[in-house]
Design a protein around this ligand. Structure first.
Ligand SMILES: [Zn+2]
Length: 115
């Protein structure tokens, strides 16, 4: 169960890691200050990661409009869920909007379309 986390949280941590990678790449660029070309490449690459993360944050914003707000039956807090099955952001309680899946073991593959 621990390997699953709420989808929005997962994407958010991905965007955050992109920012870190971006700054790291830009930081590496400083070591190449003797070579303006290499430094410029690292700086642009770092900038690209940060732009990508901005894009991901934008994507989260778009996804957030499609989420359904539900009250978690376990902890009572209001959490957002995405897709047919997702997880409570606070207590990691599996949640589903599909009555047929209720009571079944949590599995992210339920979100994929059936053949
Ligand atoms: Zn909960």
């Amino acid at each position: 169960m621990a390997k699953y986390s709420s989808k929005i949280n997962k994407i958010r941590s991905f965007a955050l890691s992109l920012i870190f990678v971006g700054f790291l790449v830009m930081y590496i660029g400083i070591f190449f200050r003797n070579s303006p070309l290499a430094m410029t490449i690292f700086m642009l690459l770092g900038l690209l990661f940060i732009i990508a993360s901005t894009g991901v944050y934008f994507w989260i914003g778009m996804l957030s409009t499609k989420t359904v707000q539900v009250a978690c039956p376990n902890c009572g807090k209001h959490t957002k869920m995405l897709g047919r099955v997702d997880m409570c952001m606070y207590c990691k309680e599996p949640l589903t909007l599909d009555q047929n899946l209720e009571g079944m073991e949590f599995d992210e593959k339920y979100n994929k379309k059936k053949k």
